[in-house]
Design a binder for this molecule. Structure first.
Ligand code: SF4
Length: 289
């Protein structure tokens, strides 16, 4: 039976992008190809906050569960979903066990109007092979909408592409529409990741064939916006036709509050969409929100 290493599995409302406000189950897989240590830092500098967790907590094994870990104000706000030092806090679960847990956290014990967010880490790294087993489970039949939250660098496997097509258009015994979304948070230089590794227009163009794909650039300054504009030109040149969102840097309230208004104004000025990150003002971006 297939197994997936799960960093977090929780029920909340989607705070970002196209499905903002929609009640959602979040399945956060373990592992990422980036570390994004530039977020919230002066340009060109990398955050050491996550490294420092190891230094300030002498015995790192004292963290018994994911929720014991501190939140960070710089760098990747979901670091525990890829940092190998915390890998033991993310259990390897069978797809059956994951589905049972999903049924427990759904308000009516079955899919109704909720949507599934498969996030990370980078969920399209290695788990593409396991997702069909999860989605084929009989109790997942009522699911209508899935979002893959990805950094947009991973190629879809042939098998996974075939499965997505089947899930969307050819599932037996369902009398409703299904929808697939790729929410692509492509990483600009303010993330600390190199352009050549992070900006992969041909990947996102490919995602558009299998669902609705949109770009969501996390920015703080005019300089970041200039990077976003350059990236948009590259994505459009590759044939990408989807929407573009600007979202403020800010995994904690103080940083979010410094950026949200300016980023909203930038989005308005340039005719782009603004994405909030509602989990920050509503829930302080705590684990499990
Ligand atoms: S791609 Fe996303 S999950 Fe991976 S390090 Fe960057 S912000 Fe974190």
């Amino acid at each position: 039976m297939s197994k997936i290493k799960i960093a977090e599995l929780f029920y909340s409302i989607q705070g970002e992008g196209r499905y903002m406000g929609v009640p959602s189950v979040f399945l956060r897989t373990f592992g990422c190809n980036f570390s994004c240590r530039g977020f919230g830092m002066p340009r060109g500098e990398l955050s050491k906050e996550v490294e420092d967790i190891a230094h300030t907590h002498i015995n790192i094994e004292s963290f018994q569960k994911y929720q014991d870990l501190p939140l960070v104000s710089t760098g990747c706000d979901s670091y525990a979903s890829w940092d190998p030092r915390f890998k033991d806090l993310s259990p390897l679960l069978t797809t059956d066990a994951i589905v049972e847990r999903i049924m427990e956290i759904l308000p009516f014990g079955e899919w109704r109007d909720e949507h599934l967010v498969i996030t990370g880490g980078e969920p399209l790294l290695g788990w593409q092979k396991q997702f069909p087993d999860l989605l084929k489970h009989p109790k997942m039949k009522g699911l209508k909408e899935i979002t893959f939250e990805t950094n947009g660098t991973q190629k879809l496997t042939t098998e996974f592409k075939q499965y997505l097509h089947t899930w969307k258009y050819h599932s037996d015994d369902i009398d409703f529409w299904r929808d697939i979304t790729f929410s692509v948070s492509a990483k600009l230089p303010c993330s600390g990741e190199p352009w050549k590794d992070a900006i992969k227009p041909e990947r996102v163009f490919e995602y558009e064939e299998y669902g609705t794909a949109y770009l969501k650039f996390v920015i703080a300054t005019e300089e970041d916006f200039a990077d976003a504009e350059r990236a948009i030109v590259e994505y459009r040149s590759a044939g990408f036709t989807g929407h573009v969102y600007l979202m403020p840097v800010g995994g904690v309230e103080s940083v979010y509050a410094m950026n949200n208004r300016n980023v909203a104004l930038l989005a308005m000025k340039h005719g782009l969409r603004y994405s909030d990150r509602l989990q920050v003002p509503l829930f302080k971006n705590e684990w499990g929100t």
